[in-house]
Design a protein around this ligand. Structure first.
Ligand SMILES: C[S@@+](CC[C@H](N)C(=O)[O-])C[C@H]1O[C@@H](n2cnc3c(N)ncnc32)[C@H](O)[C@@H]1O
Length: 243
């Protein structure tokens, strides 16, 4: 596993992004690492977490279905890869995958869980998904990895990724208030000290407009949009396609 830490920070929004990033890293690398390892495994979980697991499986399948069936020769970034399930499926379909997460512990676990026959098909990194050193990509997928950032910071992060992406970016957001409460409860399923950094609710339509107004997204389109709702898991995916 490589470590990437060279993200340029220039202004107050970058400082806010960096502060939030630190909280997210602490949460996923220490506070809730065991809970995430279990949630993302096949080990038995309680009824409520089982609905979250099912929703996340559906969302992952949705995002993967938006990628070409044959990914041979294409570079895919799994941005905020967690324990790596999406990266593995993209590699199985022939992609060269770069998978990065703030949590070195989750990335190590992802590398350990990698099926023997796919070893070498995913470059695992710990660090920031915006690191320019990761290179350029055909497709970028961010599953539930920008939901903790202020909308302006999420827009900026996605615009940064767009500058390095030639075909599509698919990502998820926490949609609106009712759904937000449900998503927050996912964090509250963990013991009090293990609760997640707050999740920022966003309207998919509003966010789509904000993204399309960015220079980095000039000529891009919001192509597909899909809500997944399963128990406490409520998430909304958007696909942005390059000209
Ligand atoms: C809710 S988890 C989802 C993990 C994985 N995408 C999945 O769906 O199983 C969000 C992940 O995004 C990662 N993350 C958030 N901000 C990040 C950033 N700036 N760079 C890299 N990873 C980030 C977190 O460390 C965390 O593991």
């Amino acid at each position: 596993m490589n470590q990437s830490n060279s993200v340029a920070l220039n202004d107050s929004s970058d400082m806010r992004y960096q502060a939030r990033r630190g909280e997210i890293e602490t949460y996923f690398d220490r506070t809730a690492v065991d809970a995430w390892a279990r949630l993302t495994s096949t080990a038995p979980v309680g009824r409520v977490r089982a609905t979250v697991r099912a929703g996340r499986d559906t969302m992952r399948a949705t995002l993967l279905s938006w990628l070409p069936e044959d990914l041979s020769g294409l570079r895919v970034l799994d941005a905020g890869c967690g324990t790596g399930a999406l990266a593995v499926e993209a590699a199985r379909r022939g992609a060269h995958v770069v998978a990065i997460d703030l949590s070195p512990t989750l990335v190590n676990l992802a590398a350990e869980r990698m099926p023997e026959d796919l070893k070498g098909r995913v470059d695992w990194h710990s660090g920031d998904m915006l690191d320019v050193k990761l290179g350029e990509f055909d497709h970028v997928v961010c599953m539930d990895s920008v939901i903790h950032y202020q909308t302006a910071d999420a827009v900026k992060a996605l615009a940064t990724l767009a500058e390095r992406t030639s075909r599509s970016i698919a990502f998820t957001i926490a949609p609106g208030n009712v759904a937000l409460n449900a998503m927050l409860k996912i964090g509250q399923l963990f013991p009090r000290g293990d609760r997640s950094p707050s999740i920022v609710p966003t309207s998919p339509v509003e966010l789509g407009r904000k993204l399309m107004a960015c220079e980095s997204f000039s000529g891009w389109n919001v192509e597909r949009s899909q809500r997944v709702s399963s128990g406490f898991y409520k998430s909304h995916a958007l696909e942005l396609v390059a000209p």
